[in-house]
Design a protein around this ligand. Structure first.
Ligand SMILES: NC(=O)c1ccc[n+]([C@@H]2O[C@H](COP(=O)([O-])OP(=O)(O)OC[C@H]3O[C@@H](n4cnc5c(N)ncnc54)[C@H](O)[C@@H]3O)[C@@H](O)[C@H]2O)c1
Length: 139
């Protein structure tokens, strides 16, 4: 499967780092947060980062920003949706419910959790949804 379009939800330390790597690979990415101001600031941080997160500053054009209320429809076109919001299970569950209502068939959904077991993260997903749900535990 070729990943042509990614949405990263949560534009803090991890979400912005993930977005920067995608930019470097020339994969268009949309960073969503609670408010567009937050994801805009994350975009600026990536652009100005020292040491640089971007291999070339012009790569920043691969990042679009928005908020989860007005811009969630970007999820409908994403091949991969990365959840990188705060480590709170109720917030992550709310996000997954929204993502799985909107994502296109076959799109991958992943979590950047540092400590929540996949069984707990995916407890509200059905069998088919679980097949497209990935996570990257750091332990
Ligand atoms: N920081 C680390 O070193 C590290 C390492 C590995 C994994 N993680 C994991 O990565 C995830 C993100 O961590 P972080 O350090 O980037 O956190 P962070 O606090 O830097 O960023 C979290 C972002 O999520 C946003 N957010 C909160 N609720 C939201 C919602 N409902 N919708 C959209 N955005 C929302 C916040 O506004 C914030 O910008 C967590 O699950 C964390 O455990 C963090």
């Amino acid at each position: 499967m070729k990943i042509k379009n990614v949405v990263v939800i949560g534009s803090g330390t991890m979400g912005s780092g993930i977005a920067a790597h995608l930019c470097n690979a020339d994969i268009p990415v949309t960073l969503l947060d609670l408010k567009t101001e937050i994801s805009e600031k994350a975009r600026e941080r990536i652009h100005k980062s020292r040491p640089p997160l971007l291999i070339d500053r012009s790569k920043i054009n691969n990042i679009k920003v928005g908020n989860i209320t007005d811009d969630f429809s970007v999820v409908e076109k994403a091949d991969w949706v990365v959840e990188a919001v705060v480590e709170k299970i109720d917030i992550k569950h709310q996000i997954y419910e929204k993502i799985f209502k909107s994502r296109k068939e076959g799109a991958i959904v992943s979590s950047n959790t540092s400590s929540i077991p996949i069984k707990v993260l995916s407890q509200n997903l059905n069998k088919e949804q679980k097949k497209r749900f990935l996570y990257y535990p750091f332990f």
